[in-house]
Ligand binder design. Structure first.
Ligand code: EPU
Length: 417
C-alpha cells in the first residue's frame, strides 16, 4: 500500500501542464469500439482508470497499443462477450461499454459499474434511453443484459442532464435507424469531445454542447484520429493550488472558458489571476473574501471542483457556504479537513465554512478522487506533515500528480506503508 506524504507551507512556482481530460478519455476509449477501423487517440492521460478500460478492451479481444500519450485501438475483431464484474466494477466509466456494444452489436451483457462512493449513482436514465431506442433491458442482480432486434431513432428527454446518459445514448444511437434527439442533454466539454470524435469517424451528430443533440444514424464508422480535450477539473484543481500557495504559478495547456465558473468565484474572492489564451498565472494572496457556491451541471460550478475549492474557502476571512446539488455523499473530506483545523459544519446538502483557519498536517484519507485532491491541497498549506492514505483514488484521475507538484516546489512524495 502507498500513501502520500506532504511537508506543507512551500510556495509553488513554475509551470504545471494540464493533461488530457479523464472524463473525456474514459468515454473516447470505449467509443472507439464503434469503429470498423483503427482509431488513434492522442493526449490520453496516464491514469489507472484508463488501464482499467484497457483491461476490458483486451478482454473483449481488441488490440490496444500505447506510446506515451497516444493510444491505438483496433477493435475490428472483438468478441461481444459478457464483461465480468471484477473488471467492470473497477470504474464508473465501464458503463460506456453498454452504449458502444449495444450500438454496434445490438447486444451487451455486463455488470453494474463501480466508481467513487459519492452517492447512489443509478443508471436508470441510460437504461430507459436504451429502451426508448428499442432495446430490452433484463437484469439479474447486478448483471444487465441489454439487447435489441434493431435500434430506431427517437426523442429522448433526460429528467436530469446526466453526463453518462448523454454520452451513452449518443454511442447507442450512432448506428440506429433514423434520427435520435436527446433533450435536456448534458453540455460538458467532454460531450463535445465525444461527439466531435464520432463525427470524425463518420457519425452525424449535431448540437453537442447545447441541451438538444441530434444523432442521425449512419451505416459505418471508419478509423480515424482524435485528441482528448484538456482536463478542466485537473486545471481547476491546480489553479486552486495556486490561489492557496502559488508564486507566479503558471497552469498551462488549459481552456479558460471551461473553468469560467471557477474563475468568476476566484475573482469574487479577490484572487490574483492573469488569464491567457491557454494558461492562467496565479499568485497566493492574503485576505480572500468569502463566497458561496452551488454545484450544478456545466456551465455551472462543477461538483468535481467543490471539494478542492472548500480548502480555499478555509482561507477566506468570514463565512462561506458550499451547496452540493449533484451527489448525495460528497462531503467525506470534511471530517478530515476539520481534523486539520478547519471550522466546517455540515447541514444537509450544504456546508458552512468559517475562515480563516490555519491548517495543521495530520493523517487523513482520500475517501474518493476529488476528496483526495482536496487533502493534497490542504497538505500543501498545512503546518508540518500530512499523510494521505487510500491514494489509489487520487491516482485514478490525476496524471503524475506527485511529479507535477514536485516540479513546482512542493515537498510531496509517495511512500510505501
Ligand atoms: N443520475 C440519475 N440517473 C442516471 C444517471 C444519473 O439519477 O441514470 C443522477 C446521478 O445520481 C447524479 C446526477 O444524475 O445525481 C448526475 O450524474 P451524471 O450521470 O451526470 O454523472 P456521471 O456520468 O455518473 C460524470 C463524471 C463524474 C462527475 C459527474 C457530474 C465520469 C466518468 N464521471 O459522472 O466525475 O461528477 O459526471 O459532472 O464522467 C469525478 O471525475 O470525480 C467524477 C465523479
Amino acid at each position: 500500500m502507498k500513501q502520500i506524504k506532504i511537508e506543507g507551507k512551500r510556495k509553488l512556482t513554475g509551470e504545471i501542464k494540464i493533461s488530457g481530460s479523464k472524463n473525456s478519455a474514459v468515454a473516447l476509449v470505449p467509443a472507439s469500439l464503434l469503429s470498423n477501423g483503427i482509431v488513434t487517440i492522442d493526449n490520453i492521460p496516464d491514469i489507472s482508470d484508463i488501464e482499467a478500460l484497457n483491461e476490458i478492451l483486451s478482454y473483449l479481444g481488441a488490440k490496444v497499443t500505447r506510446e506515451g500519450s497516444t493510444m491505438k485501438i483496433d477493435a475490428t475483431n472483438i468478441k461481444n462477450i459478457e464483461i465480468p464484474e471484477n473488471i467492470s466494477k473497477k470504474l464508473r466509466a465501464s458503463y460506456y461499454f453498454m452504449g458502444a456494444l449495444l450500438g454496434k452489436y445490438k447486444k451487451v451483457q455486463m455488470y453494474f459499474p463501480g466508481g467513487c462512493s459519492i452517492g447512489e449513482r443509478p443508471i436508470n436514465l441510460h437504461l430507459s434511453g436504451f429502451e426508448a431506442l428499442g432495446a430490452k433491458v433484463t437484469n439479474n442482480g447486478n448483471c444487465y443484459l441489454v439487447e435489441a432486434d434493431e435500434l430506431v431513432g427517437t426523442n429522448i428527454y433526460l429528467d436530469f442532464a446526466s453526463v453518462g446518459a448523454t454520452i451513452n445514448l449518443m454511442l447507442a444511437a450512432v448506428y440506429a435507424k433514423g434520427v435520435t434527439i436527446i433533450e435536456n442533454a448534458a453540455k460538458e466539454p467532454h460531450i463535445v469531445n465525444v461527439a466531435t470524435f464520432l463525427n470524425q469517424l463518420g457519425a452525424k451528430i449535431s448540437g453537442a454542447g447545447t441541451s438538444k443533440i441530434y444523432i442521425e444514424g449512419v451505416e459505418e464508422l471508419t478509423g480515424g484520429f482524435h485528441e482528448v480535450v484538456p482536463d478542466y477539473i485537473e486545471a481547476g484543481t491546480y489553479v486552486i493550488a495556486g490561489a492557496l500557495c502559488g508564486q507566479h504559478l503558471k497552469i498551462s495547456n488549459l481552456i479558460p472558458k471551461h473553468i469560467e465558473s471557477l474563475i468568476t468565484k476566484l475573482k469574487d474572492m479577490n484572487a490574483d489571476l492573469e488569464i491567457g489564451e491557454d494558461y492562467i498565472i496565479i499568485n497566493q494572496k492574503e485576505n480572500y473574501i468569502p463566497v458561496n457556491i452551488k454545484t450544478s451541471p456545466y456551465p455551472g460550478f462543477p461538483t468535481d471542483l467543490q471539494q478542492p475549492f472548500t480548502v480555499l474557502l478555509t482561507q477566506a476571512n468570514g463565512t462561506s457556504y458550499v451547496e452540493e446539488n449533484i451527489w448525495e455523499n460528497r462531503f467525506m473530506h470534511i471530517p478530515y479537513l476539520k481534523r486539520m483545523g478547519a471550522e466546517i459544519e455540515i447541514m444537509g446538502k450544504k456546508i458552512y465554512i468559517q475562515g480563516k483557519t490555519d491548517l495543521v498536517g495530520k493523517e487523513v484519507e482520500a475517501t474518493d478522487l476529488r476528496a483526495g485532491a482536496a487533502m493534497v491541497l490542504a497538505g500543501l498549506i498545512a503546518e508540518g506533515t500530512t499523510k494521505i492514505t487510500a491514494i489509489e483514488h487520487v491516482l485514478r484521475g490525476y496524471e503524475n500528480i506527485i511529479e507535477k507538484l514536485q516540479n513546482v516546489g512542493a515537498k510531496i512524495e509517495l511512500e510505501e506503508i
